[in-house]
Design a protein around this ligand. Structure first.
Ligand SMILES: C[S@@+](CC[C@H](N)C(=O)[O-])C[C@H]1O[C@@H](n2cnc3c(N)ncnc32)[C@H](O)[C@@H]1O
Length: 235
């Protein structure tokens, strides 16, 4: 399929196989897609939720080679900014956005979370971006960045602060969680437990300086919970 045909299928919420889309990624990034990049049908679902919530701007924290940003831009109307610390993934992401002609709505910022300003947005997307810190070295994407538990805990604390300081009305969309808990000032507005991992959309509904991590949980099937426990998702 050409990029134009893939774009039309995405717009019609009828995504092709991930392997068809992934052909437009560099060779070495295709084989890890199943583990590290958002599946197309998840991006389609996310785009529908974001459009229904009237979200205009989305930041993907840990954008990889841009698969989520590009796929969700094809499927919906939001503008996406991807933050990514690996330069070679940034290059791939910018090429992907050009190939699919969405560079007017999809841009990428190079840098590590907490070391460069996180762009402001109506919604933040997190596909378990920090889990790699806890993986064994054979499951690392590469050794170009420092990984480890200390960094994992720092990144989760940074997200916690970001979500607590965000204005009321901000959304956070997680796929397989992010390793921490969404603060209690957020309410779950959408959840899908039938996808390979849990997709959850929460909206900040009030300011509360003393809010604690939310104990609110959606009802998911046991298989998904077990899978998430293995992958480190506390959800
Ligand atoms: C699981 S992948 C998700 C990629 C993309 N969001 C998607 O869904 O297709 C996580 C990405 O986050 C990036 N990442 C992890 N920690 C980061 C940090 N502290 N700052 C910036 N990028 C980070 C990794 O390099 C990796 O590309």
């Amino acid at each position: 399929m050409s990029p134009e045909q893939i774009a039309e299928a995405m717009r019609n919420a009828d995504p092709p196989l991930d392997s068809i889309f992934d052909r437009w990624l560099p060779q070495d990034l295709r084989s890890v897609s199943w583990q590290h990049w958002t599946p197309l049908h998840v991006a389609v679902r996310a785009a529908a939720w974001l459009d229904a919530a009237r979200v205009k701007t989305v930041v993907d924290i840990g954008a990889g080679p841009g698969k989520f940003c590009v796929a969700a831009a094809l499927a919906g109307d939001c503008e996406f900014t991807g933050l990514e610390h690996r330069p070679r993934l940034l290059t791939a992401a910018r090429q992907l956005a050009q190939r699919f002609a969405v560079e007017d709505r999809v841009r990428f910022v190079q840098g590590a979370l907490g070391e460069v300003p996180t762009p402001l947005a109506d919604a933040y997307y997190l596909y378990n971006p920090f889990g790699e810190n806890l993986f064994g070295s054979r499951e690392h994407l590469d050794e170009e960045v420092d990984l480890g538990r200390e960094r994992y805990e720092r990144d989760i604390a940074t997200i916690d602060t970001l979500l607590r300081q965000a204005p009321v009305g901000t959304y956070v969309l997680t796929y397989n969680g992010f390793g921490g808990k969404v603060p209690a000032s957020y309410r779950e507005v959408q959840i899908d437990c039938q996808l390979p991992n849990v997709l959850r959309l929460c909206r900040k509904v009030h300011r509360n300086a003393t809010d604690r991590p939310s104990e609110r949980q959606g009802i998911c099937d046991v298989t998904t919970r077990v899978a998430n426990a293995i992958s480190g998702d506390p959800e």
